[in-house]
Structure formats: C-alpha cells, structure tokens
Design a protein around this ligand. Sequence first.
Ligand SMILES: Cc1cc2nc3c(=O)[nH]c(=O)nc-3n(C[C@H](O)[C@H](O)[C@H](O)COP(=O)(O)OP(=O)(O)OC[C@H]3O[C@@H](n4cnc5c(N)ncnc54)[C@H](O)[C@@H]3O)c2cc1C
Length: 565
Amino acid sequence: MMLEASQLQSATVLSTQLCIVGAGPAGISLALQFIGSGIDVILIAGGKAGHDEAAQALYAGEVADDALHSPLTEYRHRQLGGSSATWGGRCMPFDPIDFERRDFIAGSGWPIGHDDVAPYYPEANVLAEAGDFQYDAKKAVEGGMRPIAEGFNPVSFDNDRIERFSCPTDFGSRYRHRLAHAANIRVLLDAHAVEIRAGGEKVEAIVLRTLDGKEITVAAERHVIATGGIETARLLLASRSEAHPAGIGNAGDQVGRNYLCHIAGTYGELAFAPGTPVFHGYDRAWDGVYCRRRMALRPEIQREHGVGNVVMRLHHPRLPDPAHGRGILSAIYLAKPFISYEYSKRLHGGDAMTPGHVLRHGFNILREPFGVAGFLLNWVKVRTLAARKFPSLIVAPRNNRFTLDIHAEQVPNLDSRVTLGAGLDIFGKPQARVDWRYKPKDIETVRVALELLRRDAAATGRASLDFDPEGVAEAMLRDGAYGGHHIGTARMGPNPDTGVVDRECRVFGTDNLYVSGSAIFPTSSQANPTLTIVAFSLRLAAHLKREFLPKRSEIRTSAIKGAAA
Ligand SMILES: Cc1cc2nc3c(=O)[nH]c(=O)nc-3n(C[C@H](O)[C@H](O)[C@H](O)COP(=O)(O)OP(=O)(O)OC[C@H]3O[C@@H](n4cnc5c(N)ncnc54)[C@H](O)[C@@H]3O)c2cc1C
C-alpha cells in the first residue's frame, strides 16, 4: 500500500515490525527484500512520488565554504527514489584494498572485509539494472572490450577494470508499483522524520511530521535510517534526550565527523601520436549495458607509494575554453541555461560567459554545423528518448590530446563535518551545517598517480602526458567536493570511540536502530557509492531477517503449547 501521510489523522500511532526511514536506493533495496517475508514493513519516503519544492526545501542548510561545497538543496532529492531521480548510473564495486587498514591512510580499515559484502554485489547489480556482475574488460563484452589504444598499457594501472552503467534507474519509479502492491509493505509519502525517540538502548519510535502540520508516530521493533549521508547525521544529532544527550550513536563524538566526498576533476593532457586510433567511449554488453574502461591505480602501487585509491578516464577538453575548436563542445557549453545545476557545474566550470567567449564558441559551431546538428539529433535518440541512456558526452579531440577525468579517494578527516547549524526548518528542527575539508594526502594521491602515468605512458612509446604538478590542487578543487557522494558521517567501526555503527550496521548504544547508506562507509574508495550502498542494504536485509526469526526457545515453547492443546 502507498499512502500520503497527510491523509492520516494527527497523533496517529502506527505499529510495525520494521520501519525504514528514507526511500532512496538504500531504503528501497532494503524494503524490496521483505516482500512476501511475512514481516510487516513501513517505508517512509520523506517526500512525494516526484519532485516537490516544499519537501525539497527541507534539505536547506548551511555550508561553511561555498567554494568547496554545493548548497545542500542541490545534489540531493527529497522524494521517493531519493537522488536516484537524477544520478548518472555509474556502477562499480569497491576494491578489496578499500576495506584494509592501511598505515599510510589514517582512519582507514573497516571492521569487515571485502568478502563480507562481495556475495551481495551480483544482486545489487540486478537492482541497479547494470547487467551482469562482470567488471573485467576481457569478459564483460563478447570478444572483449576495445583497448584504449593498441600497445598503450601503463603498468602502474589496471586498464581492464571497467565501470558499467545503470539505465540510469530511478529506484522510485522503477520499484514503486512492486512496493505498492506488496501486502506487507506500507509506503508513507510526504512523511518527514524529525526525531528518533529512544529511552536508553531501545529505540521506541520515529516521530514524523507532514507538510500540513500533522504529527505521526511509527513504533517498530527495528528501525533503519536510510536518509542519505548528510540527513542521517542530522537526524542522529538532532535526536537528543536524557539517555542520549549528544544525539543517538554519538557517545564517542563520531556522528557527522569524517565527512567524505571524492576528489575529482579534469587535468593534464595525454597526447597520442596523430593518427593513432584511440577509443575512449563505451562498448555494450550482450544486454545493452554500456561499459567503459578506466585506468585504476593498482593496489600494490598504492601501497608502495603510500597513496589512496584513484581512477582516471580519457576525457574531452574542458568545455569553457573555446580553443578546443569543437562545435559540439561549444554547443553544449552554450546550452548551459538548459542543463541542471548538478550536471552543468562540472561541465561548464565557474568561468564567466563573456560576450567574447560566446562569439568564439559560436564560431566553433559555425565551423562544423552539420557535425553539430548530427550529434544533437543522435543525442536525442540515444539519450533523451532511449530507455537505457547513453551515459555521457564522448567527443574525441581533433588533435588526439585528451584531458584526464580523475576520481580519487579522500582520506578520513575528523574535522570534515556535518553538524547542526543555527537555522531551523519549518518544523523548528535545526538544519544541517556542512564543513567539508580535504587533506594534503588527497591531492598527493592524484599528483603521484599523474607522475606514474607520465612515466608509464612514455614507456609504452604510444603517448605522453603533460601536466604541472603545482597545478594539481587547483584543478582538483576547482569545483570543490564531488557533488552527490556523501560518505562517512555514521562510519562503521569496532567501537563507539571510533565508529557510529558496528559491523552489522547497528548504531552503537542502541539495540534496534540501524543505518543503511554511504554514511556507514569509513573510507570512500575510488568508486561511486551507489552499487555498494545497495549491496550493504541487501546484507542488512539478510541480517534483519535472521533477527526476526523466532528464537529456537520460542519455537520450542509454541510447539509444546500446540501439543498440549
Ligand atoms: C547528479 C548526481 C549524479 C550521481 N551520479 C552517480 C553515479 O553515477 N553513480 C553513483 O554510484 N552514484 C551517483 N550519485 C549518488 C547517488 O545518487 C547516491 O549515492 C544515492 O542516491 C544514495 O542513495 P540513498 O538511498 O542512500 O540516499 P538518497 O538517494 O539521498 O535517498 C534518501 C531518501 O531519504 C529521504 N529522506 C531524507 N530525509 C528524510 C527525513 N528526515 N525523513 C524521511 N525521509 C527522508 C529522501 O526523501 C529520500 O527518499 C549521483 C548523485 C547525484 C545528485
């Protein structure tokens, strides 16, 4: 059943076995696992079935430095499906090294290993509609994927690990009917959690408010917070009581700390000899899933150089600079007003659109009008109208000189934080305040990877990399923290002094409250988070189902009663 919370009377108390707060990929994947399980579930969407301004405004908050972090109403979507309403669909699993304690990365090390989550990745791939769980370029596509360039194998990098692309699947629209028709699931739209009510270790209820002013309470045996990396910290911190004076799960002052995104940007110039065939686009798997190669810094090289995890892809030149001479890139640059903030931020950069600039871009378009028109028509076909969308802009530079699109791990940092700000939302609850920070090691990881690629590329004799090591920091921070990845604010740890949740995602200091989502990741990996978020939701579902099983002693007692009757 799916219903608007505003249809309920104020002060309604709903009872259930499992209450999931948040209906993005994390919450929906979790709820789906309970269909037909006999366990009663309430899923709270925190918004409507589609975008709603009033619900979205509840995400407003404060940012310490707006050059380093986007406003909190951007890159997050308060609705059924959460941010999957707009995500790019790039999927890849975390690497085994991401879970290890690495002496050269302070704060690294999960209390579980890659093996603990690995069994859940294939099903996560299915839910994300990213096809087979096959991330090897030699096997993902029949006959193997095309190489970047014949003989171009920089040895410090694994060039056979790939990324796969979801449709991109909006979990809200894809799974809403399945959830709405499940007899044991109630989806509550437009219900906003304002407090986790706990007396001691037992969480008793989640307090909800509706936009028309009603208060509803959901009392469950077990509760899961799946509200995204920023809102999860806000909700835990805002739920203060005598038993939890600093907020729930915050006895060790860990909630909201170690807030990580990714370090990302485009930089350098990788030049292949003119005329060398270079392939930096997508191959398609048997089921139509788009797959792409990337260069991943090998784990043994990360250890040898004491740096984090990082990947690079070949990229088109930066759009704002008309010197690239490509009409297609200029057309996309000029289309800025029609592209959402989230996608235009990195595509267009912060450069001002001066009349001189616009003229030069216009000239680029005039130089290849048929090429631009053909590209745009094809784009409408493969992107706008297609059910499985072409993932991104792929334009080859005229001169075989590519920039590098870099996506790197960020090192945990206690001072990078989500806290409660001074502003209040319409329910009178403190808004979130984000103070995102980076460490020198974050920049060092990228610089070292570029140095290694420069050496390795030269050794192949096929390409040369040109970059200025002094410019790495500026290039990686030009657009600030990578937008939609909100990680680490309720990190998994061995104890409450260094973590917020335990290895089963249970919040320390409680016996029936769990977190699902990237908030629990103690380290960020190089990988985009969503596939791993879904895998962890599946793992949590398996754990919760075991917990809901009647204990052996209860089964024995009821069997004896049955026999006596
Ligand atoms: C532009 C963009 C591109 C992206 N591209 C990629 C990509 O290519 N690959 C990738 O892996 N990831 C990508 N991401 C990130 C991806 O969208 C997130 O990792 C994913 O959506 C997180 O899922 P979640 O369920 O944990 O949180 P969310 O998707 O944020 O969902 C949170 C849910 O909680 C609800 N909620 C929030 N607060 C409350 C409250 N107080 N009470 C009740 N409900 C509440 C919301 O309404 C929503 O339903 C992208 C994000 C953006 C914005």
